[in-house]
Design a protein around this ligand. Structure first.
Ligand SMILES: [Zn+2]
Length: 287
């Protein structure tokens, strides 16, 4: 059964570890992430961007697939199904469709409008026992077509949004979606520390987890980050393993063209990536 992300993140914040949000793209992705979380006895958040939602034939299809897998695979660790960077309309659709968590990304609205819309969605989500993530300060890089400027969030605005009763808060602290450029300045720990101080128990979310050095991740967790989003890294691992299989000509040997064989190395690569992240984030055996 799907659960809200609120409880698992409260525990993570108190226990000084982070729960991974791994974005899904299809059945193979979802299965690989669920099986690895179960194997590691770790809570897990499945992230769905609006673009991936369309690709997978809509939110109802995804809810059906994930619930079916949880039952058939015997998944007992806490699993949240979460809309990633939701629009106001997309968030409403996921509340209806049976997701257990949503992110409303109102970071591109003026703060007053971000607050008004966040408030309304908190009420709708709370009525269904769902968690809600809000964002202050756009995350740099590309968010499904929305290009952020990589700004650093204003800690006072973070406090305003946190006080609305959100379950977790994403704040831009110099992090970027996708691959990090060679001249990246790193995370702004001074601002993260201030946000943490002002927002108290609020679990903080770090987007753009791909390629942030391990010691920066650990420092971020020590300063109150309890949820870390990983997307690109699984895609890169999947693509590299699939490339290797095809370049070795394995799809031309025997029944190597069978999708169950052709996609297997990519699936194993996703599993290895998720395992490595769960270990780094410290959420193994916290289910
Ligand atoms: Zn993000």
């Amino acid at each position: 059964m799907l659960v809200s992300a609120a409880e698992m993140l409260k525990k993570a914040k108190a226990g000084k570890y982070a729960v991974g949000q791994f974005n899904i793209n299809n059945l193979e992705w979802t299965k690989a992430i669920l099986q690895t979380a179960q194997e590691m006895n770790s809570p897990v958040i499945l992230g769905v961007s609006e673009g991936a939602g369309k690709y997978m034939c809509g939110y109802n299809t995804i809810v059906g697939m994930v619930n079916g897998m949880i039952e058939t695979l015997g998944i007992t660790v806490p699993v949240a199904l979460h809309l990633d960077h939701g629009s106001y309309e997309g968030a409403k659709k996921c509340i209806e469709a049976g997701f257990s968590s949503i992110m409303f990304d109102g970071s591109h609205y003026p703060i007053e409008e971000n607050i008004a819309k966040t408030k309304e969605l908190i009420e709708l989500a709370a009525a269904k026992g769902m968690s809600l993530e809000a964002e202050v300060g756009a995350i740099g890089g590309e968010e499904d077509g929305v290009v952020g400027s990589g700004e650093v969030a204003d800690p006072n605005e973070c406090k305003m949004i946190a006080d609305l009763g959100v379950s977790m808060l994403a704040a831009g602290i110099g992090n970027i979606h996708g691959k990090y450029p060679a001249n990246w300045a790193g995370l702004n720990f001074e601002v993260l520390g201030k946000i943490s101080e002002l927002t108290g128990d609020m679990p903080l979310v770090l987007h753009g987890g791909t390629g942030i050095p391990a010691e920066m991740i650990q420092k971020a967790i020590s300063l109150g980050v309890s949820k870390i989003n990983v997307n690109t890294e699984c895609q890169l691992a999947f693509a590299a393993a699939t490339r290797e299989y095809i370049e070795a000509g394995k799809d031309l040997q025997g029944k190597g063209f069978d999708p169950r064989k052709l996609l297997a190395p990519g699936v194993e690569a996703i599993k290895a990536t998720v395992k490595e992240k769960i270990e780094l984030f410290g959420s193994a055996n916290k289910a």
